[in-house]
Write a protein that binds this ligand. Structure first.
Ligand SMILES: Cc1cc2nc3c(=O)[nH]c(=O)nc-3n(C[C@H](O)[C@H](O)[C@H](O)COP(=O)(O)OP(=O)(O)OC[C@H]3O[C@@H](n4cnc5c(N)ncnc54)[C@H](O)[C@@H]3O)c2cc1C
Ligand SMILES: *[C@@H]1O[C@H](CO)[C@@H](O)[C@H](O)[C@H]1NC(C)=O
Ligand SMILES: *[C@@H]1O[C@H](CO)[C@@H](O)[C@H](O)[C@H]1NC(C)=O
Ligand SMILES: *[C@@H]1O[C@H](CO)[C@@H](O)[C@H](O)[C@H]1NC(C)=O
Ligand SMILES: *[C@@H]1O[C@H](CO)[C@@H](O)[C@H](O)[C@H]1NC(C)=O
Length: 569
């Protein structure tokens, strides 16, 4: 087992997907190496919008505060009348205002340049003793039954050195053009959109515009120009589309200056420094599977889609945590490698649906006219796009003893289930609940009992399952059986939390009785979020990726769930 020359996991590509999977594995104590072909970290906005569901993952990984400290909220979009381009025609929110709720504390899409997000992730990774190896390119690999040999080229001074890395698992987060998917020979079916659908994007310095709006002129049947303010002073994220000469705009400053003048009609907008501009060719493609033996693909390496859907980084982050916790359990020796098949099984239906949605959004963007027709519809980014409804109810590893399980994916994006009225089921996102008074905790909180208040999102973590045992203390026999069954599993891998209700304000007299923590659901948010009635016994098993793995009523159900996870013999 402990062959020092073998790296448990080699991650190829340090974009958002690679960094998130690396951090998830490190938080589980798994040694990883992460290589990145570019010699310097990349600059620029690229995918900047961080959806609420991605924020939840960042919270789970402990990086959200740093992200929020730098991010800005999404600003309203302002369209201007053509051809003068000065008078506002329409101003609207992309993301309609919704108040935070106890079960969904993050209500806004945060905007932060991808390079900032990546820097924050790298800093956290470094705290776990893992440094991105820059200037290191994977060029080929050979999988065998018990390991993978990865051949990499490392830039060193003026020359290059060759290294062969022996790893047990290899994860290709090497982007759309990555070598990992190609060398695995995975089909990557779909389409590349035609040139009239290409965009020029970039980070440019602009003078003469306010930073309170995302400025927008024209349409795709003529020339479309969009300028979104960023967290960096007078830097705007530029998108240009429609009938333009993409190559010329990228190649010559004069080309960009001209398209800005013609596209906006404005003479007072001054182009300053150009940080970078590049042509963006939208594709809609997905790999046939995300795993082949000891090799995986995640993020853009596994699926790409039009930028108008803007679900890129968001989906990559979800892939990464889904894979990260499963691989950790396999490396810890408690789960069988077959658990890893559930990664493709759970993500492919979601991604299939996401590609449809992105294409729909792209088509809507094509329909938006410069006179304002269809514009709000085209740029609407609320509702299911927040990904609260994304689920894996059909997954072979989830167990639901409350609602019959889906045999095949019915609504992977949860268009229906993202409404509050729908049943919470195994495979759904695990909601938050604040206002939990800590009665008793195996960890010393440093506060007198009954005075600290916490939330479920503070209790969940990426290196263990959390079992929430709803019990009012009267029907405690079942709860006791469940706790005793849970004690059969490694304590560091399953956190046991008793959730009591508090009908008359007097906390029940309880002892931990083998649980790690007892809380009183003072305001009923936990019962509400998980649709548990007072006096009802239910155990909810929350996975390390913040999804509900099990809704359990019996010890048999509990055993069935954990037999599926801790499947190593
Ligand atoms: C130029 C550009 C503009 C974009 N603009 C937008 C946008 O406006 N809106 C939007 O929503 N999304 C945009 N995206 C998409 C968004 O950036 C991606 O969805 C997101 O980055 C996906 O993350 P990832 O980690 O899967 O891939 P990436 O971020 O692409 O990361 C892959 C990494 O792997 C590295 N790599 C590749 N091959 C190797 C190798 N052989 N060895 C070692 N390292 C390797 C690459 O250098 C790269 O750093 C853009 C992408 C690009 C490239
Ligand atoms: C991100 O890129 C921008 C250029 O677009 C640059 O100004 C900024 O310093 C970069 N920030 C980080 C943290 O890399
Ligand atoms: C994440 O989703 C939001 C909302 O759809 C979008 O605005 C943003 O661009 C997405 N981010 C990425 C990087 O795709
Ligand atoms: C999020 O909630 C805060 C506080 O209620 C509110 O000020 C803000 O406008 C909301 N944002 C969105 C996008 O709904
Ligand atoms: C909205 O987003 C900003 C930054 O993106 C963040 O600082 C703020 O806390 C968010 N508001 C809420 C209510 O979540």
């Amino acid at each position: 087992m402990s062959d020092d020359s073998v790296v448990p996991v080699l991650i190829v590509g340090a974009g958002p997907a690679g960094l998130v999977v690396a951090l998830t594995l490190r938080k589980n104590g798994i040694p990883v190496r992460i290589i990145e072909k570019t010699p310097r970290v990349q600059v620029g906005q690229r995918g900047a919008g961080i959806m609420p569901r991605s924020q939840e993952v960042f919270n789970l990984l402990g990086v959200l505060d740093d992200i929020h400290a730098k991010a800005m909220p999404i600003v309203p979009m302002r369209m201007y009348k053509s051809p003068e381009g000065i008078e506002p025609l329409l101003t609207f929110q992309l993301d309609p205002a919704v108040a935070p709720t106890p079960s969904r504390p993050y209500n806004n899409t945060s905007m932060l340049g991808q390079n900032h997000t990546e820097e924050i992730l790298r800093t956290h990774l470094e705290r776990h003793g893992c440094h991105v190896e820059l200037g290191t390119t994977l060029y080929s690999f050979q999988p065998t039954d018990d390991h993978v040999l990865a051949h990499v080229l490392r830039e060193k001074g003026d020359g290059e050195t060759v290294e062969t890395i022996k790893c047990r698992w290899l994860i290709g987060t090497d982007g759309a053009r990555g070598v990992v998917r190609k060398q695995l020979g995975l089909a990557f079916d779909g389409e590349t959109l035609k040139a009239t659908h290409h965009l020029v994007i970039g980070d440019v310095q602009i003078k003469g515009l306010d930073k309170k709006h995302w400025h927008y002129w024209g349409d795709m049947s003529t020339i479309l120009v969009m300028l979104r303010p960023t967290e960096d002073d007078d830097i705007y994220f530029l998108s240009v589309g429609g009938h333009v000469d993409h190559a010329k705009i990228v190649a010559e400053r004069a080309g960009l200056e001209r398209v800005l003048k013609v596209g906006t009609g404005r003479m007072d907008i001054v182009l300053g420094k150009i940080r970078y501009v590049t042509e963006y060719r939208p594709h809609v493609r997905m790999a046939e599977t995300f795993r082949k033996g000891r090799v995986f693909v995640a993020g853009d390496a596994a699926h790409i889609h039009s930028p108008f859907g803007g679900q890129g980084l968001n989906s990559s982050v979800q892939d990464a945590v889904n894979l990260g916790w499963k691989l950790s359990l396999v490396e810890k020796g408690v789960a069988a490698p077959s658990l890893l098949d559930s990664y493709s099984e759970e993500r492919i239906p979601v991604i299939t649906e996401m590609l449809k949605k992105s294409t729909e959004l792209f088509d809507n963007a094509m329909q938006a006219k410069s006179d304002g027709t269809n514009s709000e519809k085209a740029w609407y980014r609320g509702g299911e796009l927040h990904m609260f409804g994304v689920n894996c109810r059909w997954s072979s590893i989830v167990v639901d003893e409350r609602t019959p399980k889906e045999k095949t994916p019915v609504d992977p994006y949860g268009v229906e289930s993202c409404s509050y009225t729908n049943a919470v089921r195994a495979g759904d996102r695990a909601p938050d609940a604040p206002g939990l008074v800590v009665l008793d905790s195996a960890e010393d909180t440093g506060m007198p009992q009954g005075t600290t208040s916490t939330s479920l999102f503070n209790i969940f973590g990426p290196s263990y399952h959390t079992a929430l045992i709803f019990s009012d203390g009267t029907d405690s026999d079942k709860a006791k059986q469940i706790v005793s069954q849970l004690r059969a599993y490694p304590p560091e891998l399953v956190r046991k939390v008793l959730v009591y209700h508090d009908p008359d304000g007097t906390p029940p007299v309880v002892t931990l009785g083998g649980a790690d923590m007892s809380v009183v659901d003072r305001y009923g948010h936990a019962h509400g979020s998980y649709q548990v009635r007072w006096n009802e016994f239910v155990a909810i098993v929350v996975r390390p990726d913040g999804g509900i793995g099990g809704i359990i009523r019996s010890t048999e159900g509990l055993k069935r769930y954990f037999d599926g996870i801790f499947s190593a013999t």
